[in-house]
Structure formats: C-alpha cells, structure tokens
Design a protein around this ligand. Sequence first.
Ligand SMILES: *Cc1c(COP(=O)(O)O)cnc(C)c1O
Length: 463
Amino acid sequence: MEFKTIIEPFRIKTVEPIRGRSRSERERALAAAGNNLFLLKAEDVLIDLLTDSGTGAMSSHQWAGMMRGDESYAGAKSFYRFEAAVQAITGFKHVIPTHQGRAAERILFGTAVSPGEIVPNNTHFDTTRANVEYRGATALDLPCPEGRQPQEYHPFKGNIDLEALERVLQEKRGQVPLAMVTVTNNSGGGQPVSMANIRAASELCHRYGVPFFLDACRFAENSWFIKLREEGYADKTAMQIAQEMFSYADGCTMSAKKDGMANIGGFLALNDDDLAQRCKNLLILSEGFPTYGGLAGYDLEAIAVGLHEALDENYLRYRIRSVEYLGEICMHNDIPTILPTGGHALYLDARALLPHIPWYEYPAWTLSLLLYLEGGVRAACIDSVMFGRQPDGSELPAANELVRLAFPRRVYTQSHFDYLAEVLVYVKELAPRLRGLRLTYEPPVLRHFTARLEPAHGQLLAD
Ligand SMILES: *Cc1c(COP(=O)(O)O)cnc(C)c1O
C-alpha cells in the first residue's frame, strides 16, 4: 500500500521554542519598527519566512561533521572532504571556498569581467547584479517570455530566452566575458530551468567561445523539477540530473546557505586552470587561504554533508510538495499567487489581491504587514518599495508587487503550513479593508532594508 501523505522525512532531535505574541504586542512591535519587517526583533515573529538563506536546520550528520572539523590553516582534512563533495556533484576541477555566494560572485567577476562588458543571465539575483555592475559592466536579464506572466502555467518559467541570448552573443561579440543561468530562477519566482534550456544555452555560448556558468544556489531543487516535469528524466536520480546540469557548464557560483543546507558558506568552482589561479590570488586578498576561503573547518564539513543531503529525494519530495500544498490552498481560496509554485517560496500577487491600492501606496508591503499583525508571519516584499526609486530620483512601479513567503529548509512542519493557510485565508477576507502606505524615511540605496512607512489613510485597516 502506498499512502498518500508525504511526511517530513526526519524526526526532531533538538527543538527551539517559538512563542506567539498577542495582536496588540505585535502592533507595538510593528510601530517601533517603523512598519518595516526587517527592523523587527526575530523573537517577535512566530513563523519567519523572510528568507530561505542560511535559516535551515542542520542534520545530526552535519553536526557530527562539525565535530570532525579540522581547523588547520592550510591543507585541512575538512577542505579535502569539502572539495570531494563538490566535485562528486559538479565535476569541476577547481573548488574555491568562500564565506557566501556573493563572495564567489565578486571573485569571479573581479577576475573575469572588465568595465563596459555585458553579462547575460536568465535573471540576475540582486547581489549578482550588484557585483557585475560594481565592475562597471552591464547585467543583462533575458528571462523567457512565459517567465513574465505570473498567472500562466509553464513547467520551466525560469528558462533563459535562447533567441535573445544568441542575439547578444552575435551582436556583442568580444564584449561578453561569460554568460550565466540561475537555477532555480530566484528573482523570477523560484522557477526552474529545464535541462534542454541549460544544454542549449551552453551550446550557444560555446559556439561563440563564451564560458558558461551556473548560479547554482538551488541546484538540487532545480534537479527535482527536471525529474518531475521534463521528459526522459523520471527514472534518473536527482544526483544524476545535477551531474548532467553541471556537465554543460564551465563553472558555477554557489551559496551554501541555500542547497548547501548550511547556515553560512559558498564556493566558486570551475575548470579553467588560469582563471582559477587568478581567482585564488584574489581570494587570498579578501577571503583567506584557498583551502578555507573565509570559513571555519567545521563549516566546510557541514557543507560537504549538506550538499549531498540536499539531493536526498525524500527530502526534495517533502520540500517541493510543502510549497505546492500551500499554493493549492491559495488557489482553492482565490488567493492569487505566481503559478506554478516555485521551489523555495510561495509568491503572493498583491496587485491582483489588492486592486484598490495603487502601486505608489505599496500593496505588497501593506499585505506583508497584515500577515504579521494577524498571524505573526514575516515575509519579504519584491515590489515597488524595493525597485521603485530610480537613479534620477523619480519613482516608477516595479514589474510586480509580490509578497514572498520563503521557506527555511527542514524547519517547519505540516501543522505550521496548515496554520499559515489559515492566516492567508483570514487575511484574504480582510483584504478589501486594507489601505495603502507612504514612506516617512528612505535611505539612498537598497531602501527596503531600512525604510520607514506609515498608513497613508489614517489606519492600515479601514472599519
Ligand atoms: C542567495 C543567492 C545569491 C547570493 O548568495 P549569498 O550567500 O546570500 O551571498 C546569489 N544568487 C542567488 C540565486 C541566490 O539565491
């Protein structure tokens, strides 16, 4: 008999108590934080879905690995275990540890990218974009057309637009130092990229002599989607699929805070000997010696174990299904989300849910405040607060007004998801009474982290 309930494929050995606050306590906390969820104390949050980065629970094997950590400055055993774990999955010749993903980006772009050049990607993650731009180069997003339609189903909305990629490679010959594909496409809704798309992007790049890199932060989740949705992969293991994905690339950047299942860490891995040597030289300057790269020996051990645990199919089934389950409840209750649900997060479409709140009163941000006030749930907004302010000082609407519920790995259980579903349904009922916001303070850059806001019409919820 195959039972239909997918259980959490782990049991709990250590618990961290969480405590609910009363609604009036949350109201006070929110006022003190200037209506910015980033400025809350984490202990005032009941279910924290701000990010899936570095927030996961480690396994007993990872903790055991940490006790094995070799803290030798150079040539530690932990480094060789880490290197072997990365190579078994990626096959890359050179493995360079870094303190997190953005450090791998900075070192790669700092070495391989020059001012005035162009780096194409399906969609750059914000730190990736910032690191390309910091080099004086252009970060060019080329998502496939389906990726721009939130409510339309497509199995691989994370794909890169191959025609647009070829056009850039042709027209900007000599100006593209490398191209990237981000798996899964984080900024595009956590949507997967198909193997066919990765293979074709790789072939195109190589035809034009351009190195092809993966931003591999969620390589395991992407592998699982390929297994579920792409013809010819149902009988392959997630490990085999990951190995094939990496086989098309010349290198990758990775944040181990995602599918490394660790609380900190990352790496850059690549095949080119000369480029690797130059990256290591830059690494020594800012991160550390190439066998630890800014990490403790015990971190390297946790990542070595975590990378393989991320490919455990029972884990992947539970993880992807949990997000999908919540997405289905939203669909049945007419709560608009990006469809289909992505790997690490559920994205609520605030523009569709709150048509009465104009973009310049920040509907997504407003919705996220209500989720916290009513349910103690903390989410992040990918919206006009994040993207609205233009370099010339004007204000324009973002492409979408989204509230992202990102799920830490192995942290929350079925009952937490059922609780979330109840909160979402309740908040949806209140939505017509919700009113917009205005900014009272904004810093010059990355304003969403420290901005302060107030209700634009006296109160958040009209009577
Ligand atoms: C998180 C992330 C990064 C950056 O990694 P950090 O560890 O946060 O520096 C880069 N790309 C993608 C797709 C990410 O999700």
